[in-house]
Design a protein around this ligand. Structure first.
Ligand code: MG
Length: 387
């Protein structure tokens, strides 16, 4: 029986993890769940799975506490996630919170030497250097839950690194998002509603917008660099609208290994929850008894500047990715609240990057301070643009 601590239980990935737990009640057990705000949803889950520990990163009233089973211990307020990780004995921590909300909690889990299934790519973008070094030091295992990185992990033979002299490069696939066939002009006037409607994946709002601008692929490029210890030029991006191939590894002899399945996050989730075993699943995968079409295209970095900006951020000091991520997040929020047009998301990122980079950070604390400064700066760039 694998004991699982789930951070981000009410989000899109969290819910799919719970579906997996429901399907394998003899093998998987939730020993702790955490969420940001949705107390009611967490209480329902705590009752359904008889979860002994819950964390909510805000104040919880007495009436709200009463919604939970009486045996359930509740951690609340700002440090709730960290306290939960510290208190609970588990085999695996699944990190599926949005942004870097679970950075400190992930840090704790690493120091406890846990297996960490990591879906929150921003944690690696902002703190990749330190997170990976810390995992190495404390014997913590980082399992990539992001589908592309999970694919590379599988192609590497269930490892994060391979002999560098045998590897030529990796290829991250991208669906291209809802605006792949839009002209540059048409993209200027798209609404949040259009951008939220992804052709393949059903995801939360922030990552849906990131998929529409290809900033998500940019973040994944940075994530891949830290996770697999790659040089930026060893990470290629290819548009593959059907999203059957989740990523590929190209070896020095020219052989290319790919991982394929139908597009569902349940595949990487299933893989991680049972790692290192392979357990039968009921998931419907590709059937080669029917004809299947797959296309691959070169991404248009003029139409999707976020991809170029992410790559550039890697060559402008190790604070570059922090600034890219923070300014993107602020710009996406402004777009979702209809303040900023779609076209201006990369403009805000580029202006913030130009104002702050190159810059180097020497510690995690400094990286977090840079994150805060970049958010402020991006906010100011938006105000200037709207004048
Ligand atoms: Mg992904």
């Amino acid at each position: 029986m694998r004991q699982i601590l789930l951070l981000g239980a009410t989000g899109s990935i969290g819910q799919q993890v719970i579906n997996e737990v429901r399907e394998y009640p003899k093998d998987l057990k939730l020993v702790g769940i955490a969420g940001q705000r949705q107390v009611m949803a967490l209480a329902v889950l705590a009752r359904e799975h008889n979860v002994p520990f819950v964390a909510i990163s805000r104040h919880v009233s007495a009436e709200e506490s009463a919604l939970f089973p009486s045996s359930c211990q509740i951690f609340s307020e700002e440090r709730a996630l960290e306290d939960l990780v510290e208190a609970v004995d588990c085999d695996m921590v699944v990190v599926a919170t949005s942004g870097i909300a679970a950075l400190a909690a992930t840090w704790r889990a690493i120091r406890k030497g846990k297996i960490i299934a990591l879906a929150s790519k921003e944690i690696l973008v902002v703190a990749g250097e330190w997170v990976m070094a810390e995992a190495q030091k404390y014997g913590g295992v980082i399992l990539p839950l992001d589908s592309e990185h999970n694919a590379i992990f599988q192609c590497f033979g269930a490892r994060l690194s391979v002999n560098p002299s045998s590897l030529r490069q990796v290829w991250l696939t991208a669906s291209g998002g809802p605006f792949l066939r839009y002209s540059r002009e048409a993209m200027a006037s798209v609404t949040p509603k259009q951008a939220l409607k992804h052709p393949i994946w059903n995801m939360g709002p922030k990552i849906s917008i990131d998929s529409a601008t290809l900033a998500n692929k940019g973040l994944e490029l940075i994530e891949a660099k830290y996770l697999f210890h790659l040089q930026p030029e060893q990470i290629g991006v290819v548009i593959h609208p059907q999203s059957y191939v989740h990523s590929m590894v190209e070896w020095v002899d020219g052989s290319i290994i790919a991982q394929l399945s139908t597009p569902s996050m349940r595949f990487p989730i299933h893989y991680c929850l049972f790692y290192p075993e392979r357990i039968p699943s009921s998931l419907k995968t590709l059937s080669f008894r029917e004809a299947i079409q797959m296309n691959f295209e070169v991404p248009d970095e003029v139409k999707f500047p976020c991809l170029r900006l992410a790559r550039e951020s890697l060559s402008r000091g190790n604070a570059g990715p922090v600034v890219f991520n923070a300014s993107n997040e602020v710009a996406v929020e402004a777009f979702l609240s209809s303040q900023l047009n779609f076209f201006n998301i990369p403009v805000v990122i580029e202006k913030t990057m130009d104002a702050m980079l190159p810059m180097d950070t020497s510690s995690l604390e400094y990286a977090l301070e840079t994150d805060r400064l970049a958010r402020e700066r991006a906010g100011r760039e938006i105000t200037l643009l709207l004048r």
